[in-house]
Design a protein around this ligand. Structure first.
Ligand SMILES: Nc1ncnc2c1ncn2[C@@H]1O[C@H](COP(=O)(O)OP(=O)(O)O)[C@@H](O)[C@H]1O
Ligand SMILES: [Mg+2]
Length: 314
């Protein structure tokens, strides 16, 4: 990873244009747009105090994900313009913005669906170049979309192991015999461990509710030991109770298994109950990155709509 730059979460606010260094888990730093675009902040807190031991500990932790100055164009549309973002271990980051702001495009670049036109993606400090979601999965990046999550005509174990089936005698044997019993056992264990409530592990996914499907999709990602879970509107199609179940599951995964997440949601209430930090995209640019406990829903709405002017924006 790049020395220094990758070690801090840079937060932009417009009312408080001060520079702070990282401190503890509720780390916070303020900067200008230029700093958000990749430059480093100073090592000292305002007033010249040097970093304490908690600062140092957090500062030396390489983020699980670093997106640096990523751009993506579709024909005449600039979907992403020089976007940077960081996610730390166990952090749940909300990614918000209006329709067409570039949220899904950013997720798809991280997930290996699209290559970026410019900029880079680093996983645990290592630059990566994915040519498919399969490549991204090798790095523990799992994605849950609103609809595409599971194969309807398959049961839970088959969905868990789709494309990664356990076979007798290894993958190179011409005749692959699937270890159905073993796959079922492991899937059942994972579902139980996460307290996911489904009717029966052997029922086809088509008979499950939206919430149960999303819970199975999330459990599958956890099962494969994903280190970074990308969720594009995971609760958009769910009712209140179902959304609550999925969010409880996500929160548990982040706190107990330290899985990092980026969650796209239009529902600011969900963002508030789930996320530690929030990044805002507007017309392909990142306009803010804030810690939840340092902002308000009103301020975030202001960033989304453009009511808050972006200091130093290009
Ligand atoms: N595959 C694509 N081909 C052409 N244009 C696209 C494609 N994907 C996204 N776009 C365009 O890029 C912009 C950002 O889209 P998207 O990332 O889906 O936004 P969001 O998820 O924030 O609603 C939009 O203008 C959208 O129309
Ligand atoms: Mg989208």
């Amino acid at each position: 990873m790049g020395a220094g730059c990758g070690r801090r979460v840079v937060v932009l606010t417009y009312s408080r244009q001060e520079l702070f260094a990282h401190h503890g888990n509720s780390s916070l730093a303020y900067g200008t747009q230029n700093e958000m675009d990749g430059e480093c902040l100073g090592k000292k807190k305002k007033g010249g105090t040097s970093l304490n031991s908690t600062d140092t500990e957090t500062a030396t932790q390489t983020p699980v994900l670093q997106v640096r100055n990523v751009s993506k164009r579709f024909g005449g549309v600039k979907a992403l313009n020089n976007v940077s973002l960081e996610v730390h271990r166990g952090e749940i980051k909300g990614l918000v913005g209006d329709n067409g702001a570039g949220k899904s495009t950013l997720i798809k670049i991280i997930a290996g669906v699209y290559p970026p036109d410019g900029g880079e993606v680093l996983i645990n400090g290592e630059p990566v170049h994915f040519s498919s979601p399969r490549d991204a999965r090798k790095y523990g990046i799992e994605t849950v979309y609103q609809n595409l999550a599971l194969s309807e005509n398959l049961d839970v174990p088959s969905n868990f192991f789709l494309g990664r089936e356990l076979v007798v005698g290894g993958l190179l044997k011409p005749l692959k015999l699937m270890r159905l019993g073993e796959m079922q056992k492991r899937a059942r264990q994972a579902i139980e461990d996460l307290h996911v409530k489904i009717p029966a592990i052997t029922s086809q996914v088509r008979w499950m509710s939206g919430g149960q499907r999303q819970a199975v999709a999330v459990a599958r990602s956890a099962f494969w030991k994903g280190q970074l879970l990308l969720l594009d509107e995971p609760t958009a199609a769910l009712g209140v109770e179902e959304s609550g179940e999925v969010m409880r599951l996500l929160k548990n995964l982040a706190t107990e298994q330290k899985i990092s997440m980026i969650v796209i949601s239009h529902n600011l209430e969900h963002v508030w109950s789930l996320c530690d930090s929030i990044d805002v995209l507007r017309q392909g640019k990142k306009v803010a990155s804030v810690r939840k406990d340092e902002t308000t829903p009103e301020e975030v709405v202001g960033f989304i709509t453009g009511a808050h002017a972006v200091a130093g924006s290009k």
